[in-house]
Design a protein around this ligand. Structure first.
Ligand code: FE2
Ligand code: FE2
Length: 155
């Protein structure tokens, strides 16, 4: 395959994709700020504290992703993806779990794309972020009493 054809991914596409990731980080910040405070019930007190920690980690991720977008010459997005709310504790945790799965699926793909463009610094940053996202996934699965699901990798 000719080189141009093999390299279907471009820096412009990486900027757009990272901005989607940034919108997911904003969504995660908002969800964890809200859920950590409204989650009620003795059974959920530990996880509520943990969700507050997740909120600060998601902010750190958002800052890193925004930095990468700026470095690539793009404008960091300002729009969060839609945040679902619920009165039900278990439902809240399931929303979070689904979001973390989606986030991990996308970062796994993004690491490969950043590597493909020789943006190894960005790939390294994403690898560190995905370690924390996996911890979030494990914490939520544990709180729900299930095994951590395998999120797979995005197309
Ligand atoms: Fe995150
Ligand atoms: Fe997360």
């Amino acid at each position: 395959m000719p080189k141009a054809e093999a390299q279907g991914f471009t820096r412009e596409k990486l900027i757009d994709a990272l901005n989607e990731d940034l919108s997911r980080e904003y969504q995660a910040i908002i969800a964890y700020v809200n859920y950590s405070q409204v989650l009620k019930g003795a059974a959920y007190m530990n996880i509520a504290d943990e969700l507050a920690v997740h909120a600060t980690e998601e902010l750190d991720h958002a800052l890193q992703i925004a930095n990468h977008v700026d470095y690539l010459g793009g404008m960091p997005s300002v729009t969060p993806k839609l945040v679902k709310t619920s009165e039900d504790a278990e439902e809240m945790l399931r929303f979070d779990l689904e979001n973390e799965k989606e986030t991990i699926r996308n970062y796994r793909r993004r690491i490969r794309q950043a590597d493909e463009l020789n943006e190894f610094g960005i790939a390294e940053s994403l690898r560190n972020i995905v370690v924390q996202e996996q911890d979030h996934l494990i914490a939520l699965a544990t709180a729900l009493g299930i095994d951590p699901p395998n999120p797979g990798i995005a197309d």
